[in-house]
Design a protein around this ligand. Structure first.
Ligand code: MG
Ligand code: MG
Length: 268
Protein backbone atom coordinates (compact mmCIF):
# COMPACT_ATOMS: atom_id res chain seq x y z
CA UNK A 1 0.00 0.00 0.00
CA UNK A 2 3.04 2.22 -0.04
CA UNK A 3 4.87 4.65 2.13
CA UNK A 4 3.73 6.27 5.36
CA UNK A 5 3.61 10.09 5.32
CA UNK A 6 3.13 12.20 8.43
CA UNK A 7 1.13 15.38 7.91
CA UNK A 8 1.62 18.87 9.25
CA UNK A 9 -1.26 20.66 11.00
CA UNK A 10 -1.84 22.67 7.80
CA UNK A 11 -2.04 19.48 5.74
CA UNK A 12 -4.46 17.93 8.22
CA UNK A 13 -6.74 20.97 7.82
CA UNK A 14 -6.68 20.48 4.04
CA UNK A 15 -7.60 16.80 4.47
CA UNK A 16 -10.44 17.97 6.73
CA UNK A 17 -11.68 20.22 3.90
CA UNK A 18 -11.69 17.27 1.47
CA UNK A 19 -13.56 15.19 4.03
CA UNK A 20 -16.06 18.00 4.55
CA UNK A 21 -17.09 17.61 0.92
CA UNK A 22 -17.25 13.81 1.36
CA UNK A 23 -19.54 14.36 4.34
CA UNK A 24 -21.78 16.67 2.29
CA UNK A 25 -22.06 13.95 -0.34
CA UNK A 26 -23.08 11.35 2.25
CA UNK A 27 -25.65 13.80 3.67
CA UNK A 28 -27.05 14.40 0.18
CA UNK A 29 -27.34 10.63 -0.35
CA UNK A 30 -29.08 10.41 3.04
CA UNK A 31 -31.62 12.99 1.87
CA UNK A 32 -32.38 11.44 -1.51
CA UNK A 33 -31.92 7.66 -1.25
CA UNK A 34 -35.14 5.61 -1.44
CA UNK A 35 -36.52 2.47 -3.07
CA UNK A 36 -36.93 3.03 -6.82
CA UNK A 37 -33.85 5.24 -7.14
CA UNK A 38 -30.77 3.82 -8.87
CA UNK A 39 -27.07 3.74 -8.13
CA UNK A 40 -26.57 5.95 -11.17
CA UNK A 41 -28.95 8.57 -9.70
CA UNK A 42 -26.98 9.01 -6.48
CA UNK A 43 -23.67 8.77 -8.32
CA UNK A 44 -24.61 11.63 -10.64
CA UNK A 45 -25.80 13.82 -7.74
CA UNK A 46 -22.57 13.07 -5.85
CA UNK A 47 -20.32 13.97 -8.77
CA UNK A 48 -22.18 17.25 -9.34
CA UNK A 49 -21.87 18.24 -5.68
CA UNK A 50 -18.15 17.40 -5.60
CA UNK A 51 -17.39 19.39 -8.76
CA UNK A 52 -19.52 22.32 -7.52
CA UNK A 53 -17.15 22.44 -4.53
CA UNK A 54 -14.11 22.47 -6.80
CA UNK A 55 -13.23 18.86 -6.00
CA UNK A 56 -12.57 15.78 -8.09
CA UNK A 57 -14.13 12.38 -7.33
CA UNK A 58 -11.18 10.34 -5.99
CA UNK A 59 -12.52 6.99 -7.13
CA UNK A 60 -13.40 7.89 -10.73
CA UNK A 61 -10.61 6.52 -12.88
CA UNK A 62 -8.75 5.06 -9.86
CA UNK A 63 -7.29 1.86 -11.34
CA UNK A 64 -10.04 2.28 -13.92
CA UNK A 65 -13.00 2.43 -11.50
CA UNK A 66 -15.82 3.97 -13.56
CA UNK A 67 -17.83 5.98 -11.00
CA UNK A 68 -17.77 8.63 -8.27
CA UNK A 69 -19.24 6.41 -5.55
CA UNK A 70 -18.86 2.80 -4.59
CA UNK A 71 -22.44 1.59 -4.10
CA UNK A 72 -22.61 -1.85 -2.53
CA UNK A 73 -26.00 -3.46 -1.94
CA UNK A 74 -26.76 -6.32 0.50
CA UNK A 75 -24.28 -9.19 -0.13
CA UNK A 76 -21.98 -6.76 -1.90
CA UNK A 77 -19.29 -5.83 0.65
CA UNK A 78 -17.55 -2.93 -1.12
CA UNK A 79 -16.55 -1.58 -4.55
CA UNK A 80 -19.99 -2.00 -6.12
CA UNK A 81 -20.34 -0.04 -9.36
CA UNK A 82 -23.40 2.25 -9.44
CA UNK A 83 -25.48 1.77 -12.61
CA UNK A 84 -28.95 2.67 -13.82
CA UNK A 85 -29.86 -1.01 -13.68
CA UNK A 86 -29.03 -1.05 -9.95
CA UNK A 87 -32.50 -0.16 -8.63
CA UNK A 88 -32.80 0.11 -4.85
CA UNK A 89 -35.67 -1.74 -3.22
CA UNK A 90 -37.38 -1.89 0.14
CA UNK A 91 -35.33 -3.97 2.58
CA UNK A 92 -31.97 -3.28 0.92
CA UNK A 93 -28.89 -2.21 2.84
CA UNK A 94 -26.80 0.10 0.68
CA UNK A 95 -23.19 0.95 1.51
CA UNK A 96 -22.04 4.20 -0.04
CA UNK A 97 -18.33 5.01 -0.08
CA UNK A 98 -17.07 8.39 -1.31
CA UNK A 99 -13.65 9.93 -1.90
CA UNK A 100 -12.94 13.56 -2.76
CA UNK A 101 -9.67 15.07 -4.00
CA UNK A 102 -9.40 18.78 -3.19
CA UNK A 103 -6.33 21.02 -2.74
CA UNK A 104 -4.06 18.05 -3.46
CA UNK A 105 -5.49 15.89 -0.66
CA UNK A 106 -8.04 13.09 -0.50
CA UNK A 107 -10.90 12.57 1.93
CA UNK A 108 -12.58 9.18 2.34
CA UNK A 109 -15.66 8.06 4.28
CA UNK A 110 -18.55 5.61 4.00
CA UNK A 111 -22.00 4.92 5.43
CA UNK A 112 -24.50 2.06 5.13
CA UNK A 113 -28.17 2.96 4.57
CA UNK A 114 -31.15 0.76 5.51
CA UNK A 115 -34.04 1.23 3.06
CA UNK A 116 -37.50 0.81 4.56
CA UNK A 117 -38.26 -2.36 6.47
CA UNK A 118 -34.95 -4.17 6.92
CA UNK A 119 -34.61 -7.50 8.76
CA UNK A 120 -33.91 -7.00 12.45
CA UNK A 121 -30.75 -9.11 12.32
CA UNK A 122 -29.45 -6.97 9.45
CA UNK A 123 -30.23 -3.75 11.35
CA UNK A 124 -28.23 -5.18 14.23
CA UNK A 125 -25.32 -5.88 11.83
CA UNK A 126 -25.36 -2.22 10.77
CA UNK A 127 -25.48 -1.03 14.36
CA UNK A 128 -22.58 -3.22 15.49
CA UNK A 129 -20.49 -2.36 12.41
CA UNK A 130 -21.01 1.36 13.06
CA UNK A 131 -20.11 0.89 16.72
CA UNK A 132 -17.02 -1.16 15.79
CA UNK A 133 -15.75 1.83 13.79
CA UNK A 134 -15.90 3.97 16.95
CA UNK A 135 -14.25 1.19 19.00
CA UNK A 136 -11.36 1.46 16.53
CA UNK A 137 -11.33 5.27 16.63
CA UNK A 138 -11.16 5.14 20.44
CA UNK A 139 -7.74 3.45 20.07
CA UNK A 140 -6.41 5.86 17.44
CA UNK A 141 -4.15 8.24 19.33
CA UNK A 142 -0.42 8.81 19.78
CA UNK A 143 1.45 6.11 21.68
CA UNK A 144 -1.03 3.33 20.86
CA UNK A 145 -0.13 0.70 18.27
CA UNK A 146 -1.88 0.10 14.99
CA UNK A 147 -2.85 -3.39 16.17
CA UNK A 148 -4.84 -1.84 19.02
CA UNK A 149 -7.26 -0.38 16.46
CA UNK A 150 -7.47 -3.67 14.57
CA UNK A 151 -7.94 -5.69 17.75
CA UNK A 152 -10.71 -3.43 19.08
CA UNK A 153 -12.75 -3.81 15.89
CA UNK A 154 -12.26 -7.57 15.66
CA UNK A 155 -12.90 -8.09 19.36
CA UNK A 156 -16.25 -6.30 19.17
CA UNK A 157 -17.54 -7.53 15.80
CA UNK A 158 -16.19 -11.07 15.69
CA UNK A 159 -15.67 -12.27 19.25
CA UNK A 160 -18.50 -10.40 20.99
CA UNK A 161 -21.05 -10.47 18.15
CA UNK A 162 -20.00 -13.50 16.03
CA UNK A 163 -19.95 -11.63 12.72
CA UNK A 164 -17.44 -12.24 9.91
CA UNK A 165 -14.63 -9.68 9.70
CA UNK A 166 -13.40 -9.33 6.12
CA UNK A 167 -9.66 -10.02 5.85
CA UNK A 168 -8.90 -9.20 2.21
CA UNK A 169 -9.76 -5.49 2.43
CA UNK A 170 -8.36 -3.06 4.97
CA UNK A 171 -8.22 0.60 5.96
CA UNK A 172 -5.27 2.73 4.92
CA UNK A 173 -3.31 5.90 5.23
CA UNK A 174 -4.85 8.83 3.33
CA UNK A 175 -3.29 12.07 2.07
CA UNK A 176 -1.82 13.06 -1.29
CA UNK A 177 -2.68 9.50 -2.25
CA UNK A 178 -6.08 7.88 -1.75
CA UNK A 179 -4.34 4.80 -0.38
CA UNK A 180 -1.04 5.20 1.47
CA UNK A 181 0.66 3.21 4.19
CA UNK A 182 -0.01 1.91 6.68
CA UNK A 183 -2.60 -0.78 6.06
CA UNK A 184 -5.26 -0.71 8.79
CA UNK A 185 -6.73 -4.22 9.09
CA UNK A 186 -9.97 -4.83 10.97
CA UNK A 187 -8.40 -7.80 12.74
CA UNK A 188 -5.17 -8.15 14.66
CA UNK A 189 -3.31 -8.40 17.94
CA UNK A 190 -3.43 -5.86 20.72
CA UNK A 191 -0.03 -4.19 21.21
CA UNK A 192 1.25 -5.23 17.77
CA UNK A 193 2.34 -3.19 14.75
CA UNK A 194 3.81 0.30 14.46
CA UNK A 195 3.38 2.88 17.20
CA UNK A 196 0.87 5.57 16.20
CA UNK A 197 2.41 9.02 15.96
CA UNK A 198 0.87 12.47 15.70
CA UNK A 199 0.32 13.54 12.11
CA UNK A 200 -0.62 10.11 10.79
CA UNK A 201 -3.95 10.25 8.93
CA UNK A 202 -5.76 6.95 8.39
CA UNK A 203 -9.08 5.73 7.06
CA UNK A 204 -10.60 3.24 9.50
CA UNK A 205 -13.23 1.17 7.75
CA UNK A 206 -14.68 -2.02 9.21
CA UNK A 207 -16.31 -4.28 6.60
CA UNK A 208 -18.40 -6.74 8.58
CA UNK A 209 -20.44 -9.69 7.30
CA UNK A 210 -23.61 -11.11 8.85
CA UNK A 211 -22.35 -14.60 8.00
CA UNK A 212 -18.86 -15.88 7.29
CA UNK A 213 -15.83 -13.67 6.64
CA UNK A 214 -15.11 -15.07 3.17
CA UNK A 215 -15.48 -12.87 0.10
CA UNK A 216 -14.94 -13.17 -3.65
CA UNK A 217 -14.64 -10.68 -6.49
CA UNK A 218 -17.34 -10.66 -9.17
CA UNK A 219 -16.58 -10.99 -12.87
CA UNK A 220 -16.64 -7.20 -13.32
CA UNK A 221 -13.31 -7.24 -11.47
CA UNK A 222 -14.56 -4.79 -8.83
CA UNK A 223 -17.62 -5.90 -6.90
CA UNK A 224 -16.63 -7.73 -3.71
CA UNK A 225 -19.34 -10.17 -2.56
CA UNK A 226 -19.80 -12.38 0.48
CA UNK A 227 -19.31 -16.03 -0.49
CA UNK A 228 -22.33 -17.11 1.54
CA UNK A 229 -24.46 -14.31 -0.04
CA UNK A 230 -25.40 -12.91 3.37
CA UNK A 231 -25.44 -9.11 3.81
CA UNK A 232 -22.45 -6.99 4.73
CA UNK A 233 -22.01 -3.50 6.21
CA UNK A 234 -19.33 -0.80 5.87
CA UNK A 235 -18.72 2.38 7.87
CA UNK A 236 -15.64 4.56 7.43
CA UNK A 237 -14.04 7.69 8.83
CA UNK A 238 -10.77 9.45 8.03
CA UNK A 239 -9.00 10.31 11.29
CA UNK A 240 -5.82 12.13 12.28
CA UNK A 241 -3.69 10.75 15.11
CA UNK A 242 -3.33 13.34 17.89
CA UNK A 243 -1.93 13.38 21.38
CA UNK A 244 -4.83 12.23 23.52
CA UNK A 245 -7.56 11.26 21.08
CA UNK A 246 -8.32 10.84 17.40
CA UNK A 247 -9.33 13.91 15.42
CA UNK A 248 -12.13 12.61 13.20
CA UNK A 249 -11.80 14.56 9.94
CA UNK A 250 -14.89 13.19 8.22
CA UNK A 251 -18.32 13.69 9.73
CA UNK A 252 -21.42 11.50 9.87
CA UNK A 253 -23.62 14.01 11.71
CA UNK A 254 -24.96 15.45 8.44
CA UNK A 255 -25.90 12.09 6.98
CA UNK A 256 -27.44 10.94 10.27
CA UNK A 257 -29.54 14.11 10.50
CA UNK A 258 -30.65 13.62 6.88
CA UNK A 259 -31.68 10.01 7.59
CA UNK A 260 -33.91 11.16 10.49
CA UNK A 261 -35.76 13.39 7.99
CA UNK A 262 -36.00 10.72 5.27
CA UNK A 263 -39.04 8.44 5.75
CA UNK A 264 -37.53 5.85 3.37
CA UNK A 265 -34.42 5.22 5.48
CA UNK A 266 -34.18 3.59 8.90
CA UNK A 267 -31.74 5.08 11.38
CA UNK A 268 -28.94 2.70 12.38
MG1 MG B 1 -13.81 4.73 1.41
MG1 MG C 1 -10.99 3.91 2.42
Amino acid sequence: MGMIFYKTDEEIELIRQSNLVVSKVLALVGEMIRPGLTGADIDKAAETLIRDHGGIPSFKGYNGFPATLCVSVNECVVHGIPTKEQVFKEGDVVSVDCGVFLNDFHGDAAYTFALGEVDKEVMQLLKITRESLYKGIDQAFAGKRLGDISFAIQQYAEREHRYGVVRELVGHGVGHNLHEGPEVPNYGKRGSGPILKEGLVIAIEPMINLGKKDVKTARDGWTVLTKDKKPSAHFEHSVAIRKDKADVLSDHTGVEAAILQNPNVQAV
